[in-house]
Design a protein around this ligand. Structure first.
Ligand SMILES: [Zn+2]
Length: 151
């Protein structure tokens, strides 16, 4: 399946506004956690789900292309400990299959909550990556409409 990801320009062209309090949830969560692993990201997504009055289940899928959202089961699969990826998949839960919407929502939320960290990142195609990891391979997420998991 070919996915059309947005360009950096499309992602950043206009700011995304968030429900009042959403940014604070990220900031409070960040301060409360020294490590930021899969488990902490899962906790954050559950905090956000409560805030957005919705429910999700989150699973660790440590495989190549393991990041996905499966709408039928409201299931978010995360292959690693990337916060922006976790937010991206949560955006699919809130707003559906649009990659532009998911990229814009996750990147702007990160940018507004952690402006200093954001400045340490760089774009690689539609993704924000740590500058020192620029040469590393990228991944793409799967918006999977079939009832089985990917992996
Ligand atoms: Zn996506």
């Amino acid at each position: 399946m070919i996915i059309n990801y947005p360009t950096k320009h499309t992602i950043l062209s206009s700011p995304v506004t968030f429900r009042k309090g959403a940014i604070r949830i990220l900031q409070t969560w960040y301060k409360a956690n020294k490590k930021h692993t899969y488990n902490q990201n899962k906790q954050l997504l559950h905090n956000l789900a409560k805030f957005y009055k919705t429910s999700i289940s989150v699973f660790n899928t440590p495989t190549k292309n393991g990041d996905c959202y499966i709408p039928k089961q409201k299931m978010i699969c995360l292959s690693g400990d990337s916060l922006i990826t976790a937010l991206h998949e949560f955006a699919h839960h809130l707003y559906g299959p649009s990659e532009t919407t998911a990229c814009r929502w996750s990147i702007w939320l990160f940018k507004k909550a952690f402006p200093e960290s954001y400045n340490k990142l760089t774009f690689k195609r539609h993704m924000l990556v740590r500058k020192q990891f620029y040469a590393k391979k990228t991944h793409s997420c799967q918006y999977d409409d079939t009832p089985t998991t990917t992996g």
